[in-house]
Write a protein that binds this ligand. Structure first.
Ligand SMILES: CC(C)(COP(=O)(O)OP(=O)(O)OC[C@H]1O[C@@H](n2cnc3c(N)ncnc32)[C@H](O)[C@@H]1OP(=O)(O)O)[C@@H](O)C(=O)NCCC(=O)NCCS
Length: 167
């Protein structure tokens, strides 16, 4: 699915669901974002290799935004076993990132609305995520889109969004 829109301030953009074999398209952008560490340079749990592997095994979805044919944003959903049923699954929003040069132009919001729409068409019950409690831009964004704060884990806030509200 592709969405296009523009005006003087908000850029014309295109959102894509990255295909299973297209990881190389976004790999450098993800590495440069600094959110995910490369396994070869010291990262452990959340390495790019792990992400590529999850994408290939259909355990992850990656969405990207293009502005003028350049990638400016990505987000990653991981599927995880549901907290309420062993036979169903939920989504965990592992990463959302907008290039620093183009922040505050609603692209993060468009990205989240796109992935909420995607997730609400699956059988998952909710999207969960953790945010560092000092990451005000991210926390405000999640609150704006209706994510509910559930509990604090060390310096993190745990957010959940009930997907049934969007069906
Ligand atoms: C969080 C992030 C994705 C937001 O992207 P963005 O495109 O700049 O955000 P948007 O322009 O779509 O803003 C949408 C809403 O988010 C909130 N928001 C975004 N940036 C904000 C800021 N600097 N201060 C306060 N609220 C902010 C606001 O509620 C805003 O709505 P408003 O414009 O009506 O006030 C971006 O700051 C980012 O990539 N940060 C670095 C990576 C990161 O920390 N990711 C989250 C990990 S949990």
């Amino acid at each position: 699915m592709i969405v296009m829109e523009s005006n003087d301030f908000y850029p014309s953009y295109k959102i894509e669901d990255l295909g299973i074999g297209s990881f190389s398209l976004v790999e450098n952008f993800i590495r440069n974002s600094g959110l995910i560490f490369d396994g070869f340079v010291g990262g452990k749990g959340d390495s790019l290799d792990l992400l590529r592997d999850k994408l290939l095994r259909n355990k992850a979805k990656i969405f990207i935004i293009y502005v003028e044919n350049e990638i400016v944003s990505y987000s990653v959903l991981f599927s995880k076993r549901s907290t309420i049923s062993k036979t169903s699954y939920d989504w965990h929003l592992a990463y959302v990132y907008v290039d620093a040069s183009i922040r505050r132009r609603k692209l993060g919001e468009k990205m989240l609305r796109f992935l909420i729409n995607f997730a609400s068409k699956t059988k998952a019950n909710e999207i969960s995520l953790y945010a560092s409690d000092d990451n005000l831009p991210a926390i405000q964004l999640y609150r704006k889109l209706g994510f509910q704060e559930h509990k604090f884990i060390a310096n993190y806030v745990w957010f959940k969004l009930n997907l049934n509200l969007f069906r």
